[in-house]
Design a protein around this ligand. Structure first.
Ligand SMILES: *[C@@H]1O[C@H](CO)[C@@H](O)[C@H](O)[C@H]1NC(C)=O
Ligand SMILES: *[C@@H]1O[C@H](CO)[C@@H](O)[C@H](O)[C@H]1NC(C)=O
Ligand SMILES: *[C@@H]1O[C@H](CO)[C@@H](O)[C@H](O)[C@H]1NC(C)=O
Length: 339
């Protein structure tokens, strides 16, 4: 947590050339998963991600890629992309066949799930790193190390057998190696360049306050919502003056459908201490103009109170005033009775 805050400070500190240093996202990942329902039925899904942004889908019937962004082809030619599509189609068929064919030998019980993640990571000033991992029922099974598949320590004898099978086909291994160490980093660099305008855009956060369910009698759960911001790094805190409030709780940072992010920070306080608290939002798009929202006593009961009491007071004042005027215009009542 401390490290995260420090990282944010570095990114958000004015003066630093943060936009050039800010090289996220720097990994490209293909995710592929197969659900094996029975010996003759498998369902496969595939997608590709630049950091946390999905860039590609996969049409599993035709085996073609779906380019989700205008820049999803990076700088690759249609020929090279068609070539990769063909590889992926072959891979899809062989991969699923291997698992079906060895289901009893490897003691895979239907229905089961096999997941694959493969791709590459760029580190500033270093060579790119390729990776490929396969999991069975959500647990690591085998991964590529130094151009061959190694069993995961926790995978037991099943992992040994699977890695042995995957290492049999030398051509297959060479193809993997080329994809991870040459194709992937080239494609990733091209993507980062083609998508630059989109990836380096700045979207300003919107913020609003609400109350959550009361945590205890006499307590309030103050909630600060922050949405529609991009990029993801953000700093949000409940404050009293300049003092950060301990006990501020953070939700996960969740994706909005448009690729921006959403976050919630809550604080459990005694109701009488809520006044004077503020929610402060710092984000690269705001430069150093933080958003500050002050909590005022404006819970719904407060509003109802005001909505009822204010008109009542006004009416009473009006009634008194009218009565006063009325009695002043009228002749004294004793005179009337004398007539
Ligand atoms: C293809 O994907 C769809 C969901 O997008 C799924 O319903 C279907 O079963 C899949 N087909 C195959 C052959 O994997
Ligand atoms: C990979 O190979 C290098 C040298 O080629 C070696 O130093 C390293 O230990 C190997 N790593 C694994 C996990 O086998
Ligand atoms: C795409 O861009 C990358 C990085 O600039 C470069 O290495 C590569 O040669 C370019 N073209 C292709 C077809 O990969």
């Amino acid at each position: 947590m401390l490290f995260l805050q420090f990282a944010l400070l570095v990114v958000l500190l004015p003066g630093g050339d943060s936009k050039d240093d800010f090289q996220e996202p720097t990994s490209f990942r293909v995710i592929y998963s197969s659900s094996f329902y029975n010996p003759s039925r498998v369902q496969a899904l595939g997608s590709a991600w630049l950091g946390e942004l999905q860039t590609h889908g996969w049409e599993n019937h035709t085996g073609s890629f779906i380019f989700l962004r205008p820049w999803s082809k990076g700088n690759f030619s249609s020929e090279e992309l068609t070539e990769i599509e063909k590889l992926f189609r072959t891979f899809n068929i062989e991969f699923n066949q291997i698992f079906h064919n060895h289901a009893s030998q490897w003691q895979l019980a239907y229905p089961f799930q096999v997941q694959l993640a493969m791709g590459c990571e760029l580190h500033i000033g270093e060579a790119s790193v390729g990776f490929a991992r396969i999991a069975y029922q959500g647990s690591d099974l085998i991964s590529i190390q130094n151009n061959s598949w190694l069993p995961s320590p926790k995978g037991g004898s099943r992992a040994q057998q699977v890695s042995g099978r995957f290492n049999l086909n030398k051509v297959f291994l060479e193809t993997w190696h080329r994809l991870l160490t040459d194709t992937c980093p080239r494609f990733l660099l091209g993507l980062l360049d083609a998508g630059k305008a989109d990836l380096q855009r700045q979207a300003r956060p919107e913020a609003w306050l609400s109350t959550g369910p009361s945590p205890a009698p006499g307590h309030l759960m103050l909630v600060c919502h922050v949405s529609s911001f991009y990029p993801k790094p953000i700093w949000v805190m409940w404050m009293r003056g300049k003092k950060e409030q301990q006990g501020t709780q953070q939700s996960d940072i969740l994706p909005n459908a448009d690729g921006t992010w959403y976050l919630r920070k809550s604080l459990d306080v005694e109701a009488i201490e809520a006044d004077g608290l503020s929610c402060r939002v710092r984000h690269s798009s705001l430069e150093d103009q933080d958003i500050i929202l002050y909590w005022e006593h404006r819970s719904s009961t407060g509003w109802i109170f005001l909505a009822v009491i204010v008109p009542l007071v006004l009416l009473t004042v009006l009634a008194f005033w009218l009565r006063k005027r009325w009695t002043r215009c009228e002749p004294p009542s004793n005179l009337i009775s004398l007539e």
